[in-house]
Design a protein around this ligand. Structure first.
Ligand SMILES: Cc1cc2nc3c(=O)[nH]c(=O)nc-3n(C[C@H](O)[C@H](O)[C@H](O)COP(=O)(O)OP(=O)(O)OC[C@H]3O[C@@H](n4cnc5c(N)ncnc54)[C@H](O)[C@@H]3O)c2cc1C
Length: 398
């Protein structure tokens, strides 16, 4: 049976993360929004210490999601600067061998701050990840990578850190379609891999998003994640591709949790402002007796709560080793949409207070949108949901 009563440890984790969000993130939130590409070094050092103490971040479970929500309530861009193996690490956990886990992530908490990244998207290949054109060609005991990856979250940090890793998706056989798609670990400092450009963005500006070029980049043969074999396992899916997607089943709920944090920040701001103005929300009244403002606030809260329950459910299923592909996409689609709607409505309700840079509300509206884009857009996650619910294959419902 599902039980969403949080454990004492989870409650403690939430409190600790909230304190960090309030004391460390909020005070510098506007500064790093206005100084894009400047690194919040002092914050990174403090957070790395906390990570090493084991008191913050890491993992892909309910506690990790609760923490992500709290910290993103503080600032979602700064949350993404927290040293972590990131999406790249999640891919290594999902598909790597014991030896690879040890080699790439074994000493993770030792030494200085480290980052991981995942490079899948290319120009002309975002939602349709099977269209990847970056190539990996075997040459003796090495792979040679050629291609360009765009919009790599934490790509600069991962590439510049001596122990950083980037998981790169490339095809070993274009004619094989999805079956030829494999992932490879490129370690920071590998010749032939370079950061080409840093994006200037709408939101989450504190975090770096970069283009990485692979120009005859040679990596050891053992850096391939999963089998190098190009083999169809059934009519519609293939091993390498399935594994890539399985990584998202674990990480999409965490992105949903990030969205929840931004949404709740906006909701809290609205409710606190209304309270200061002496405006009460009358819960429990029939809908026709509510003011338009009350209905709006309740809709925002309902959207937030529905997204949260879906997020917790998808993570609970994962903790029970149950397939959660449908639930992870439901949570991500709902949370991405909910946070976009909540923050826009909050700006609308607050009028000039929402539009002014004096407050963070306008920033939260900008930060919100990314949750509906990365790790599968809202439309793509709805497509996954539709396929699962209707029992259609990828080819039957595109
Ligand atoms: C800040 C940021 C960080 C990112 N970080 C990473 C990262 O770390 N690693 C990485 O690999 N990528 C990353 N991305 C890329 C992101 O995952 C892609 O932008 C996303 O998957 C969409 O791909 P696209 O941009 O090519 O858009 P497209 O796939 O071209 O989509 C354009 C629009 O069409 C819609 N659409 C596409 N196909 C369908 C369909 N079949 N049915 C209905 N609608 C459809 C989409 O939903 C979208 O609205 C990041 C992007 C941003 C903005």
């Amino acid at each position: 049976m599902i039980d969403f009563e949080f454990t004492p440890e989870q409650k403690e984790a939430v409190e600790a993360a909230h304190k960090i969000a309030e004391e460390l993130f909020r005070p510098i939130s506007r500064y790093y929004d206005e100084h894009e590409h400047e690194s919040p070094q002092e914050l990174i050092d403090k957070l790395w210490e906390k990570r090493r103490e084991g008191s913050l971040f890491g993992g892909l479970d309910i506690t990790a999601a609760l923490r992500a929500e709290e910290v993103c309530w503080g600032d979602a861009g700064l949350y993404l600067c927290v040293p972590s193996p990131g999406l790249g690490g999640a891919a290594i956990f999902a598909t790597g061998t014991k030896e690879q886990l040890q080699r790439f992530l074994g000493n993770y908490n030792e030494g200085g701050p480290k980052w991981g990244a995942m490079a899948m998207t290319e120009t002309g290949c975002g939602s349709d990840t099977s269209a990847i054109s970056t190539t990996a060609v075997r040459d003796g005991d090495e792979w040679v990578l050629n291609g360009e990856k765009i919009f790599v979250t934490c790509g600069k940090r991962a590439m510049e850190n001596p122990e950083g890793v980037v998981v790169v998706w490339a095809t070993v056989d274009k004619s094989a379609g999805r079956a030829g798609m494999k992932s490879f670990v490129v370690q920071a400092g590998t010749p032939g891999a370079r950061v080409e450009k840093m994006e200037k963005k709408l939101g989450i500006k504190a975090n770096d998003t970069v283009t990485i070029v692979f120009d005859n980049c040679r990596i050891p043969y053992e850096n391939i994640l999963g089998s190098p074999e190009v083999r169809k396992i059934d009519k519609t899916e293939t091993a390498g591709f399935k594994k890539a997607m399985a990584t998202f089943d674990a990480t999409r709920p965490i992105v949903a949790a990030m969205a929840l944090g931004v949404g709740r920040a906006a909701l809290d701001f609205v409710k606190e402002t209304l309270e200061k103005e002496g405006i009460k929300i009358h819960y429990g009244l029939p809908r026709q007796k509510l003011t338009a403002l009350e209905r709006d606030v309740m809709d925002m809260e309902a959207n937030y709560k529905a997204a949260k329950l879906l997020t917790l459910r998808s993570l609970w299923m994962m903790s029970q080793l149950l397939p959660n592909n449908l639930e992870a996409s439901m949570a991500k689609a709902k949370a991405g949409l909910a946070v976009t709607k909540i923050t826009q409505k909050a700006v609308e309700l607050m009028g000039p207070l929402g539009y002014s840079r004096k407050y963070l509300l306008e920033k939260w509206m900008r930060d919100a949108k990314i949750n509906d884009i990365f790790e599968g857009t809202g439309q793509i996650n709805m497509l996954v949901v539709a396929r699962r619910v209707l029992d259609y294959s990828r080819d039957q419902l595109k």
